[in-house]
Design a protein around this ligand. Sequence first.
Ligand code: BTN
Length: 246
Amino acid sequence: MSLVFERRDRVGSTNDEARQLAESGAPDGTVVIAREQTSGRGRRGRSWFSPDAGNVYMSYIHRSRLPPAQLAGLTLDAGTAVAEALEDTGVAAVTKWPNDLLVGDRKLAGILTELIVDGAAATVIVGVGVNVRRPASGWPSELADIAVSLQEATGLEHDADALAVSIAQRLKVSLAAYDVRGAPDRAAYERRMTGIGATARAADGRRGRVLGVAIDGALRIEIEGAEQRVVGGEVLLVGTGIEGRP
Ligand code: BTN
């Protein structure tokens, strides 16, 4: 099925707009793209800086054939898809588990994946925000040390709408492949993953050496010779300069 683009000037959150469209029957591959968000949302209840300034704010509707319980790893493939689209613009972004996109120690893009479950059927909303331009008045103070734009990373101007379309095309291929495999492409994810071999500290206090990711999207860490899994919450990469990044 082809992509269907729903363009908006200003919304609260493209994820909320996509949810409403999905609940009204919008097909697989529907993509909401907005120029501005007034209540852009990040993971763990954070807000996402979303001025009308040439950035990407988009949400992709994926109608999955898999049971909801098998969708935990999908967010990793979404991260790989966004990283690939960013690579096409000339930037080598890395993923920080589960799906932040970084350039060096700064955040270029973030992904907020939300699930709508209706009986056995699952719809995934993949929300993607990419900092394309440095704000004309500079970054707000809370982002000044932690955010980066594509413009800053490449030294070039980029068209947000073209990038959103490219991300949507990558997501379409990658999420369809996820549905066939029933699992993320771990090798593709780990190739771009920052922190393998570093010490991670999980939100529950565990510290261990990062081994990679598991088939269900969990982070694999080694503690005293034994493998353990981290399934959620903030993970700090100790001593890498990207501790505590939002
Ligand atoms: C994060 O890194 O915390 C995730 C950020 C996700 C931001 C995007 S912008 C488009 C979509 N709509 C939202 O409200 N959030 C996501």
